[in-house]
Design a protein around this ligand. Sequence first.
Ligand SMILES: Nc1ncnc2c1ncn2[C@@H]1O[C@H](COP(=O)(O)OP(=O)(O)OP(=O)(O)O)[C@@H](O)[C@H]1O
Ligand SMILES: Nc1ccn([C@@H]2O[C@H](COP(=O)(O)O)[C@@H](O)[C@H]2O)c(=O)n1
Length: 228
Amino acid sequence: MSKIIVALDGFSSCGKSTTAKRVAAKLHYAFVDTGAMYRAVALYFHRNQVDCNDLNAIEKALEEVHITFEFNPERLASDTYLNGENVENEIRKMYISDIVSQVSAIPTVRHAMVAQQQKMGKKKGVVMDGRDVGTVVFPNAEVKIFMTADPKIRAQRRKLELMQKGEDLPIEQIVENLKIRDEIDSNRSEGPLKRADDAIDLDTSYKSMDEQVAFVLEQVRRVQHAGK
Ligand SMILES: Nc1ncnc2c1ncn2[C@@H]1O[C@H](COP(=O)(O)OP(=O)(O)OP(=O)(O)O)[C@@H](O)[C@H]1O
Ligand SMILES: Nc1ccn([C@@H]2O[C@H](COP(=O)(O)O)[C@@H](O)[C@H]2O)c(=O)n1
């Protein structure tokens, strides 16, 4: 069976990454969490006080940012590394969620990340999740899914996840963060969050994780059988 590209885009906290991870494992494909890349850049900018309005400083900083993924056998998933440091936990914290959309809206940042993502998917056999995978990174991806979910359900799921990681935040703060991020992500000039015309919709509000994964796998099988 020839390898394809599976693009999962959509709003924050709809279940893109967890679904993509499981689909990739089932297909023996690579999984790329593009959000983790933007979060790692945001962490670097935060730590080094990079001025988001200073193009020279941004370009210089991006030369210093090296993002890699390494499989963690304890989590059975890949951890994100920034210049050799495991930043997987740090980039998921709320202070990064609060700044990442400002950083990811900078065109120079997007150009650098998109180029890396395109390299990662060059040989196909990849499941990639994000906001612009089916529109900008791989407009010819064989399977494109656009994920949505009720904002209250998304916030509740994220609250539970953060609690499990030791961050107990009021639901209102999480709702606000998701709302602001979706707004900035949808309205930026470069690579905005947008449903590709040929994407298939998946509303995860009342779906189980298994159902989500099965839905995506069904689309993959359909495309693979059609192309045989
Ligand atoms: N169908 C589901 N039922 C219950 N919980 C779910 C479901 N789908 C996803 N979740 C949970 O919701 C949370 C958010 O999921 P996930 O991180 O995959 O979303 P995402 O779309 O990748 O978010 P983001 O874009 O913010 O990274 C996770 O804790 C995940 O386990
Ligand atoms: N393709 C992408 C992926 C993500 N972003 C930005 O990163 C933020 C964090 O992403 P998560 O998937 O971890 O929530 C997101 O809010 C976007 O600002 C992006 O721009 N493009």
